[in-house]
Design a protein around this ligand. Structure first.
Ligand SMILES: [Cu+2]
Length: 165
């Protein structure tokens, strides 16, 4: 297609409309679960929340694939690492709130063995503005490799096999 003046004009109009009327969406990405090397100890889920046009509060995270979840925050005080439970997490407008090793995380007790075998868990994030966001998370072993057992298919080792994190 040739770019005639009229098609160029339309493109510019679409960009201008998107720029002024669309508030940025609230969304969650980069979700993964890191299994504990000790199967009797809790595992953790990490992800990034991207704030939308208005400030919201993360009220809860739920899943059907673990017995219990808690929002936690890790901290180091006087050289001692510890973590505490938090009830909610603030997500300011247009902010990036990272849940990551050494910081905020979702603690998971008794992850469903089938979810581990599938290498995937589904979480629902519940926000104060009524948004319920469904997010899939890849399940990793404690060393960061993919949890899915290669079912007669060695190629499945490729995904998430980044050692030395
Ligand atoms: Cu924790």
């Amino acid at each position: 297609m040739r770019f005639t003046p009229s098609t160029m004009m339309m493109g510019a109009m679409l960009i201008a409309m998107a720029g002024c009327s669309e508030p940025p969406p609230l969304y969650v990405d980069g979700a993964y679960v890191r299994l504990n090397a000790n199967p009797n100890a809790p595992s953790a889920a990490y992800f990034t929340i991207h704030g939308g046009g208005e400030a919201v509060v993360l009220r809860d995270v739920t899943t059907e694939e673990a017995v219990r979840l808690e929002l936690h925050e890790s901290m180091t005080q006087d050289g001692m690492a510890s973590m505490k439970k938090v009830e909610t997490v603030d997500v300011p407008a247009k902010s990036t709130v990272k849940f990551e090793p050494g910081g905020k995380h979702v603690m998971l007790w008794n992850v469903n063995p089938q979810a581990i075998a599938d290498g995937k868990m589904s979480f629902t994030f519940i926000f104060s503005n009524g948004d319920r966001i469904l997010v899939d998370a890849a399940v990793q072993k404690a060393d960061g490799s993919a949890a899915t057992a290669p079912a007669g298919n060695a190629a499945s080792d490729d995904i998430g096999n980044h050692s030395g994190h």
